[in-house]
Design a protein around this ligand. Structure first.
Ligand code: MSP
Length: 507
């Protein structure tokens, strides 16, 4: 039976509309999901929206509509943004759905029965945009350290999650699972935070009603983060389908931004332990996508919608840029100029021109029919190394590195054409030599196309067809399909128009 593989994105707050920061995490998750599916895994890729909490309630109030109406409108925008970017999610969860309320209540009851939730009084500082509490020394000039804006002083009688009881268990867990937080710098950050000592945190609210009522005391609703994290369990059938849940849990990858690492790598594993469940295999925290050196936010009005860039670069151009240009780990600065430059060099030139060149020569010199691939052609070894390198990169979620390896294969193919000069051989009547060279180049193009497919699904599907292959790159299975010599000779090629027309920055 296929290996289950469960990957998630954060669920996005519905008080905001989708921007390229959200898209960045979501595209990366999609590339990973497609990559694992190519290997025959039984992938479950979950995304969705986080619809409870004060922030959403306030956004709805400002618009004079109910929180659910507001959430429904924005959730639809996220869904359509992902559909427009070819995100192959298997499920889109909304935290207002009955299945999620049921799962949250079941989860909470387990933790409560376990004695890890107790009533207490809380006094402290709360940042609504973060939906998080801060201690006085975490504030910067009295303001939220993330948003730089004033926090609310709150005094509440709430239920508390006894996080402090999990300090040692978390440290033990991370000692036994050294890869559970990635990259390593983030792991150190998490360990440092736990070692400073963990405080219990308030996990319920009476001040608002927009949330999931606690099953043993419905006058309280669950704190939005407590409810939101549980979406990952709901998505794979927690409380509804025990068999399915057992199959997919624990999650293989939670992809998150560094801003929400603590919730995922400290609170969440402790909550799971308290409910008698296993922590996720890997929490991978990436950096922020900055615009003009700053994090995108509504208040700074520097948000860029995915559709703005898709209009100029196409879906593949968008996906490729963020995967190749912004390493999945450190912060990266977005610039339109860099996007144009990379599009032109990598997509228009290296991939597009290579394909044009090879297909044109095959049409002109070989009658548009695929010649046989040579088992010992010089590109065979390069292609084998490429696959190995891509696997190594994808194992550490280095999508940029994986793409670099694929583009190196294209570079090697181009260099081989330059060195072997098939046009001269054609003139000299060396039909066999020309067929050998072009057969190899087409096969290298097939392998590069296949390995690039998770990132640029549309262009590679079209290239697959032009190479005379049936179906799409997503119909084959790795690693077998990456082996050299599988392009069927005799199939008919189609030159087609340029896949990635060059961009002029001045336009
Ligand atoms: N609702 C919570 C997550 C709950 S998960 C159980 C939340 N939502 S959010 O919409 O504010 O942000 C979610 C994620 O969007 C971030 O962690 C990050 O993955 C992504 N990003 C939002 N802005 C971003 C950038 N500027 N750059 C990169 N990623 C960004 O937090």
């Amino acid at each position: 039976m296929a290996r289950p593989f469960f990957v998630t994105t954060p669920i996005y707050y519905v008080n905001d509309v989708p921007h390229i920061g959200h898209a960045y995490t979501t595209v990366a998750a999609d590339v990973l999901a497609r990559w694992r599916r190519l290997h025959g895994d039984d992938v479950f890729f979950l995304t969705g929206t986080d619809e409870h909490g004060l922030k959403v309630q306030r956004s709805a109030e400002e618009r004079g509509i109910s929180p659910l109406e507001w959430a429904t409108t924005t959730a639809a925008r996220f869904r359509s943004a992902w559909d427009d970017l070819d995100i192959s999610y298997d499920d889109f969860i909304r935290t207002t759905e009955p299945r999620h309320h049921a799962a949250v209540q079941e989860f909470l009851q387990r933790v409560y029965d376990n004695g890890d939730i107790e009533l207490d009084t809380y006094e402290g500082q709360y940042c609504v945009p973060c939906e998080a509490y801060y201690t006085d020394d975490e504030l910067v000039d009295g303001n939220c350290p993330i948003h730089g804006r004033p926090v609310d002083h709150v005094v509440e009688q709430n239920y508390f999650f006894r996080l402090s009881r999990y300090e040692q268990r978390l440290l033990d867990f991370y000692a036994e699972h050294p890869d559970a937080v990635q990259p390593e710098s983030r792991r150190n950050e998490v360990l440092g935070f736990i070692r400073q000592g963990l405080r219990d945190f308030s996990m319920s609210r009476t001040s608002i009603s927009w949330g999931v009522p606690l099953p043993w005391d419905p006058s309280h609703v669950a704190y939005v983060w407590f409810d939101a994290l549980i979406n990952y369990c709901t998505g794979v059938g927690f409380g509804a389908d025990a068999e399915r849940f057992a199959r997919f849990w624990p999650a293989d990858y939670h992809l998150v931004g560094k801003d929400i690492l603590r919730f995922h790598a400290v609170y969440w594993p402790a909550m799971l332990m308290a409910a008698g469940l296993e922590p996720p295999e890997v929490v991978f925290a990436h950096g922020w996508l900055l615009v003009g050196g700053e994090k995108m936010s509504k208040t700074r009005a520097n948000q860029i919608a995915p559709s703005d860039l898709v209009a100029d670069f196409g879906v593949d151009g968008f996906r490729y840029h963020f995967m190749a240009d912004q390493r999945f780990g450190p912060d990266g600065d977005f610039s339109y100029e860099a996007m144009v430059a990379r599009y032109n060099s990598d997509l228009a030139n290296n991939y597009g021109n290579l394909a044009n060149r090879v297909l044109n020569m095959a049409v002109n010199y070989c009658g548009g029919v695929v010649p046989a691939t040579r088992a010992d052609g010089p590109l065979a070894a390069v292609a084998a190394e490429t696959y190995t390198e891509v696997v190594a990169c994808m194992d550490r979620l280095d999508v940029a590195g994986a793409l670099g390896a694929v583009w190196d294969l294209m570079g090697a193919t181009n260099a081989y054409i330059e060195a072997s000069e098939p046009w001269k051989r054609n003139k000299a009547g060396d039909t066999e030599g020309v067929a050998g060279i072009l057969g190899d180049c087409l096969e290298a193009l097939r392998i590069a196309t296949l390995l690039a497919a998770p990132t640029i699904p549309r262009a590679t599907t079209e290239m697959w067809r032009r190479l005379g292959l049936t179906g799409t790159p997503f119909d084959v299975s790795l690693p077998a399909a990456a082996a050299w010599g599988q392009l069927p000779s005799g199939s008919v090629l189609d030159k087609g128009a340029p896949l990635f027309p060059r961009k002029d920055i001045d336009e």
